[in-house]
Design a binder for this molecule. Structure first.
Ligand code: AMP
Ligand code: MN
Ligand code: MN
Ligand code: MN
Length: 286
C-alpha cells in the first residue's frame, strides 16, 4: 500500500491542478492520497470527480492544512477525513481565507515601501482560489526578477523576522483541533521538525498538541534522516499519539514525490488504523 496523507494543489500554493495531482498520484502508484490544501477544501470534490471519471484505484482522503499561531510561531494542523461539505466548517475556513486576504494586502504595502510595486495583483493572479499565500508572493517576486528563487524571497522578505513579514491573525492550535473534530476529522500536527524550533520546543509543542486533544503527528516526511523519523516516532509513543505520513508535495521537484519513501517505523500506530481502506491494491506493503 502506498499512502500519502499530505499534498497540495493550485487551490492553495501547490502548482498542479487537482486533475494533474491525481494523474501524478496514479502514475506513482499511490493507493491512498489526502489532499491537504492550506485553509481550503476546494480541490476535494474536483479531485474525486477525476478519480471517478477515470476509474482510478485511488482512495481520496478529504483533508486540509490549517494555519495556527502558537507562541508567535506559525504551526500547521492537518485535518484528515473532514466533511468537506459541512457548512459550519466551510464558514470557519472562510474566516481564515479572509485573514489571508488581509495579510496579503499588508505584505504588498511593505513590499511597495521596498520598491516592489503591485505585488498584490501579481500574487493574486497566481492564486487560482481564494487562498492567497506567501508562496504566491515568492513566485511573483521570482517571475519579476526581484529574486532568483522562491527560497530567496522568503529569506530576504517574507519569512518571520524579515522586513516584509506580517504577523498573521491565525486561530489557535486548540481551535484548529476543535474545528477538525467538529467536521468529523482527525487532527494531525504537520511536519513537527520544520518550524525552526529547537528540539526542546518541538517536544513542548507535541506535548501541548497532545494535551489539547490532537490525534496524530507526522512521523514520516520527505527529505528526512532515518534518525529524525525514529525520534518523531518516540515522541508519538510518549504522548499516545498516532503516526501519519506525508510528502507535503507542492510541485514537481527533486525534493518531494507523492507517496515516495514514507514508511513508518514498524511499532507505529498509524493514523489510518481504524479507517476502512479500499481493498484494491495488488501492490505489496511498502
Ligand atoms: P503561508 O501559508 O501563506 O504563510 O505560506 C507558507 C507556505 O510557503 C508554506 O506552506 C510553504 O509551502 C511555502 N514556503 C515556506 N517557506 C518557503 C521557502 N523557503 N521556499 C519556498 N516556499 C516556502
Ligand atoms: Mn505550502
Ligand atoms: Mn505546512
Ligand atoms: Mn503542506
Amino acid at each position: 500500500m502506498k499512502i500519502d496523507l499530505h499534498s497540495h494543489t493550485k487551490r492553495s500554493d501547490g502548482e498542479l491542478s487537482p486533475e494533474e495531482l491525481i494523474n501524478r498520484a496514479h502514475n506513482q502508484g499511490v493507493d491512498v492520497l489526502a489532499i491537504t490544501d492550506h485553509d481550503t477544501v476546494q480541490a476535494i470534490a474536483e479531485a474525486q470527480q477525476i478519480i471517478d471519471d477515470k476509474q482510478y484505484n485511488i482512495q481520496l482522503i478529504s483533508g486540509v492544512e490549517i494555519s495556527t499561531s502558537w507562541d508567535g510561531c506559525e504551526i500547521h494542523i492537518v485535518g484528515l477525513n473532514v466533511d468537506h461539505e459541512c457548512p459550519q466548517f466551510l464558514q470557519r475556513l472562510n474566516q481564515q481565507l479572509e485573514t489571508r486576504l488581509d495579510r496579503a494586502q499588508r505584505i504588498a504595502k511593505k513590499l511597495a515601501i521596498k520598491g516592489m510595486e503591485n505585488t498584490y495583483d501579481g500574487a493574486a493572479e497566481l492564486a487560482t482560489s481564494d487562498c492567497i499565500s506567501r508562496a504566491h508572493f515568492a513566485r511573483h517576486l521570482m517571475l519579476e526578477g526581484h529574486v532568483q528563487t522562491m527560497d530567496e524571497a522568503f529569506k530576504k522578505f517574507l519569512a518571520r523576522r524579515k522586513s516584509c513579514y506580517v504577523a498573521p491573525g491565525w486561530i489557535t492550535v486548540e481551535q484548529a483541533i476543535d474545528w477538525i473534530h467538529d467536521a468529523g476529522g482527525q487532527a494531525v500536527l504537520a511536519h513537527p521538525t520544520r518550524y525552526d524550533l529547537s528540539n526542546k520546543w518541538v517536544r513542548k509543542l507535541i506535548a501541548y498538541f497532545a494535551e489539547q486533544g490532537g490525534d496524530a503527528i507526522e512521523v514520516a516526511l520527505s527529505r528526512q534522516s532515518p534518525n529524525e523519523r525514529i525520534q518523531l516516532q518516540s515522541y508519538a509513543d510518549n504522548h499516545q499519539l498516532l503516526s501519519s505520513i506525508g510528502s507535503d508535495f507542492h510541485r514537481v521537484s527533486r525534493f518531494a514525490e507523492l507517496g515516495k519513501n514514507l514508511t513508518l517505523p514498524s511499532a507505529a500506530k498509524p493514523v489510518w488504523q481504524d479507517w476502512a481502506l479500499m481493498a484494491n491494491a495488488n501492490h505489496g506493503t511498502n
